[in-house]
Design a protein around this ligand. Sequence first.
Ligand code: PEP
Ligand code: MG
Length: 586
Amino acid sequence: MRVERNGIAISPGIAVGKVVILDRSKTIVRRTGIDESRIGPEKQRFLSAVKRSKNELLSIKDKLDTEETGEHHQILSFNIMMLEDDLLSEKVLKHIESERVNAGWAINSVLTKKSEAFKDVEDIYMKERLADIYYLGERILRNLRGAHEDIPALEEDSILVTHDISALDVVQYAKHKAIGIATDIGALTSHSAIVAKSLGIPAVMGLEDITLRASPGDSIFIDGFTGTVILDPGEREYVEFKKRKSDYLDLEKKLLQYAKLPGRTKDGKEIKVNANIEITEELNLAMCYGAEGIGMYRTEFLFTNSVYFPDEEKQLENYEKVVSTLNSPEVTIRTLDIGGDKFPAGMEPSKRLNPALGLRGIRYSLDDVDTFSTQVRAILRSSKDKRIRILIPMVSKLSEIIDTKGIISAIARELGKEDSWEIGVMIETPSAAIIASDIAEEVDFLSIGTNDLIQYTLAVDRVNEHVSYLYTPFHPAILRLIKSVVEAGHEKGVPVSVCGEMASQLSCVPLLVGMGVDELSMNTHSIPKVKKLLNTITEKDSKRILKHSLGLKTEHEIRKYVRRAIVSKWGGSFPPEFVIEIKSSV
Ligand code: PEP
Ligand code: MG
């Protein structure tokens, strides 16, 4: 039956395909036959996953307060006991061998049998143990997946339909050929949205009940420009979507022509256009789309795709790729920004009420100096003959910068790399924005993270679709704050970049140019279109548009005025798609 839904247009593009339901509360396990030679390694893989699961549980148990010795402790003990149960392991090992199947399938089969034994029990306590078995199975399967295996093979035209999706899942499923994403919840600047955009996967989020409406194998159409999703479209609609998809691919080709343009306005103001990347696989895209440098490498994905943090050598290898692939002197590596809405595979998302206000970014790094020092060593060692730019996330006070510089300087001295680094601070908390002038005295550059700055200044959760109508860069408080940061940086002779999504919004770029921003850093796909826009507009007129906007009092007035001013001044010189995007900007 045809169903149409409208959600938040997250990542532009058109996708036509078949529904694959991804239910993260239950890992999809496929049966894969293995040959004789893989039996040994598969058993080893299972045993390692059990060991990792047990270590995780032991460390959770260790961290529990002594007062919390009640039920929680008992449950953990029951789980640990199950993992230590040789009989259980033996059964799984035997199953791998006798059935010649993958470890994931063997675990599922053995645990399913075990849970059946609990099914008819009346006792509530024992019934709850059934849930434990289920979660334990999920934990082991997740640890197996940490070794990058159990992602199911997808058909060519698979579109993921899921309640929610993590940024890591977007990366992993993109590698496994997913061509589109539709979710019940999510918002424009969530990390999964940013990654989908960077990887060029059309996505619509905030559809509320799409997982209840869709069934595996249904035909589905996703319009990442308008936020429309249609299940089981009619014959004629289907043909029309296919045509729109091919028009979209033509548009992509057209945009690529702009990749080679310089980052410069029509009247000659130079503005660097750099790429934000999340994984090294994006480096080629960045080059192809015309990035002049890497304005921000979000290193957390290197940390979040396995249970264990990568060691120094593994990080070094990764950062060296970033430093050497792009023929640019400018490479900015952001230190770990976990917490908030990004977590390593083995770390449960924070159950605290306000994770975005918790132990994230530099707060986490200063709390776990060993992990931070390892990362800094790897970054400095990767610098080769370049001066590497180290960017510090989630700073809210000056002493965090002083402490961080102390750690980096000591490591640089030890490595003989004193002259190989620059330090920059993300301005993404209101407190950092207000003291930007003092911060600028301590650093080599500032980078405004508008995604978080908007979230914290307007008190609007960036991942909550119910308040996304409040989330906007056009709020007068945001424009005034960004302008004051740019001025503070320039007064102290420090360049200022913008690396949040705002830098790629066509309707915001003239405002940022008017403020005198030196660099715009964005998802790779947006680079050609922003370059084309820059080459069409002038700094002089941008300043005028900014001045008038700053005199207005509400975000509605500002948005309306800015959209009109840009379209009436330059609309005739833009491709028509730009005009559509500007007119629909939020
Ligand atoms: C930001 O907050 O604007 C930013 C670029 O960082 P992230 O989106 O990774 O939080
Ligand atoms: Mg941020």
